[in-house]
Design a protein around this ligand. Sequence first.
Ligand SMILES: Cc1cc2nc3c(=O)[nH]c(=O)nc-3n(C[C@H](O)[C@H](O)[C@H](O)COP(=O)(O)OP(=O)(O)OC[C@H]3O[C@@H](n4cnc5c(N)ncnc54)[C@H](O)[C@@H]3O)c2cc1C
Length: 503
Amino acid sequence: MSQPTGQKKIVVVGAGWAGLGAAYHLSKQGYEVTLLEAGAYPGGLVAGWQTEKGRSVEAGIHGFWYPYSNIFALTDELGIQPFTPYTRSSQYSPAGLEVESPIFQREPYLPTPLGTFIYTRFKRLPLIDRLSALPLLYSLVDFDNSDEAWHRYDCMTARELFKQYGVSERLYKESFEPMLLVGLFAPGEQCSAAAALGMLYYFILAHQPDFDVRWCRGTVGEMIFRPWTEQIEQAGGRILANHRVTDVRIGAGNKIDAVVCGDEVFEADAVIFSVGITGMKKIVGQSEGLCDRPEFRNLSNLNGIDVLATRLWFDRKIDIPLPSNACFGFHETTGWTFFDLNALHDEYKDEPGTVVEADYYHANQLLNLTDEQIIPLVQKDLAVCIPAFGEAKVVDQSVIRIHQGVSHFAPGSYRYLLPGKTSFSNVFMSGDWIVTRHGSWSQEKAYVTGLEAANRVIEQFGQGQPASIIPIVPDEPHIQASRVLNKGIRSITQQVLPNFWLP
Ligand SMILES: Cc1cc2nc3c(=O)[nH]c(=O)nc-3n(C[C@H](O)[C@H](O)[C@H](O)COP(=O)(O)OP(=O)(O)OC[C@H]3O[C@@H](n4cnc5c(N)ncnc54)[C@H](O)[C@@H]3O)c2cc1C
């Protein structure tokens, strides 16, 4: 498509959910968009590709939870139906099956959190342990995702929070810690309490159906990113893979006026960074201009987390009761999940054997192992959950190591996370680690912050329509009332008591 003259040049760095979201909207609004991606394929942490044998693999299986309204609106707009129906899931420990979750939207609707407590089928966890979660509800009301609430809860670890509210050891170990390992990719003593509360509320507790999840019927790369990138290019956007940004050029008037990729220089009227924490730290480390600003050099205080994604092809059909499964208690500080791809992916429906994805989160100690060491370990873990895996033969495999790839919401990290606007007047941030008041997490958050960054560009140049961003569903009335009451009490106590104790 030919570009009209006078178009503003926007350079977007990183082609994950955030960068693609920003690039798509701005291309549609007539901006001259160049999207620079270091990797060989767009998609970022969700990228998928084919092995030499022509088999589809990806960097871990990605679920799409019920509240992902903006992503669902996008796939509707693209005219694609990439998702499976909502699926049930289970949890295993070395002792066997522990929990089965129903499809919550099919159960009679109860005010939160009753549905979650009543409809989740715990096989072993005694009622007394489950009831020990009740006092924690106060902190869920108190944490309202405001800047002030983040500061109040961020310096505490999630484990300290659960201990403070009297959660039983068994409930913590068998329920909360597995959720943290899968949702925030780290054990409780390494997670910010603020992030834990935000994540648990968004995915599980805000409304009864929120924990319902569906999956792509193939790799997200093939089912969503391929048709999406085609539409970005049709709208005039340029997507340049294998383009690793190494520096920026500082211009006049508190602006960055170009982005540097080795020998290539891309002029820019505005820049959107959509790279993960580790990628951003690398760019800052090479850039004198960015290092000069405290907000960017302080990113050295943030970190990513190691993840391992494996895909195994077995020689025979194995009965896996539910398609998605989370596991805990197998490895100290590492959580893992496994997925029945014969059930989820169209490509593997008629496969003669079984295709399983097993992903390990907070997998630091596993990343240095060879594939030959990893595969028997995965098979052993699978066999503990479903013994038939022990007798089957692995006929093909894929092992993907994601070093420092996912965002670590460590205790005390909030003060270093960047907001969408930076101290450069024409540089905006997006990604799943950027501060936003939207309230979403993970892929949905990354996409939403991409749209927010696009809207900041539109606000700056006054050209085009802002993207409409669907807010999360409001709190239920009893939660709203409890929040108002709690805020009132908090403000009275603050007026009466001296500002003396740690917040
Ligand atoms: C195994 C695994 C399982 C997960 N499961 C789920 C799930 O079930 N549901 C869910 O919602 N989320 C899940 N997530 C999290 C989800 O993948 C992320 O939240 C989301 O993809 C982040 O998107 P992003 O656009 O912010 O960043 P990223 O996807 O990290 O994209 C950043 C991009 O920037 C590029 N880049 C980096 N440096 C440079 C540079 N110098 N120049 C140019 N480009 C650069 C990278 O190559 C990358 O493509 C999972 C993640 C993993 C790893």
